[in-house]
Write a new protein. Structure first.
Length: 255
């Protein structure tokens, strides 16, 4: 998950700083929360940087609006410029996120707990990342249906690794390599257990789970599988370039 680390004292301070008054949310009102802080380091201003002709955050807002899943789409940000851009795209920015939840150490769970407490709704909440241009309305619909199919805390998309993780290598400072798991050196690829990873697009969750800060990777989480060609993490300039090339190819194919 994108916004990482956990500091209990600062988190408690941020929760205490919740706005005293806000627009009432009905018990059945479903909300998408898009975390979008302003201080990204490796790709400055990446949440509103132009991506294939639109501010990056526009693609997430568009998918949320097109899914029909949400009564409200709100942005959790600490940044006035991001707030202005998001409002211009049709999203709400009903509060500014506290500084304690806006640095490099803020966790997604903490940010969503803050939003869930502020909203005060018992309906499911969807955390939708601002840097998820490959997210589709149909995926959000499928995630919601999956969450509601059982007593799940969370439902989120995953995809398979391209290469067996059991064959991963470690590179030493002197240039030598070694396997992380040498026991699998002679095991056939088809005999290795397949692994998947979180694609970092969205997380449907029960309001209670968000408020209590339960782990997204806990025993009451379930997943839907996305094809690898619609998954790209965007943390570096190289990631950004690759994502734009992939996005353009998909747009051309689907035109």
């Amino acid at each position: 998950m994108k916004e990482s680390a956990n500091r209990n004292g600062e988190r408690a301070s941020a929760m205490a700083a919740l706005p005293a008054r806000h627009v009432a949310v009905g018990a059945g009102m479903t909300v998408a929360v898009i975390p979008a802080r302003g201080g990204s380091k490796r790709i400055p201003r990446k949440n509103i940087r132009a991506f294939c002709g639109q501010p990056m955050i526009a693609w997430s807002i568009r998918a949320a609006a097109g899914s029909g899943c949400f009564d409200r789409v709100i942005i959790s940000t600490d940044d006035a410029e991001i707030a202005d851009v998001a409002r211009g795209l049709g999203a709400e920015v009903p509060f500014l996120r506290p500084a304690e939840l806006s640095d490099d150490h803020a966790t997604t769970i903490d940010v969503m707990r803050h939003a869930a407490l502020w909203l005060g709704s018992d309906a499911p909440l969807c955390c939708l990342y601002a840097t998820a241009p490959f997210v589709r309305a149909a995926d959000l619909q499928a995630g919601k249906a999956l969450l509601e199919s059982g007593a799940w805390d969370y439902a989120f998309p995953v995809t398979g690794f391209e290469f067996p993780i059991q064959r991963a290598l470690r590179r030493a400072a002197d240039g030598t390599v070694a396997m992380f798991d040498p026991q699998y050196e002679r095991t056939r690829s088809q005999d290795l257990e397949e692994a998947c990873h979180d694609v970092g697009q969205f997380y449907w969750g029960r309001a209670e789970a968000w408020r209590e800060g339960r782990s997204v990777y806990g025993p009451r989480s379930t997943t839907l599988t996305l094809p690898r060609h619609r998954v790209q993490d965007i943390d570096t300039p190289e990631d950004w370039l690759r994502a734009e090339l992939m996005f353009a190819a998909l747009e051309a194919r689907d035109a």
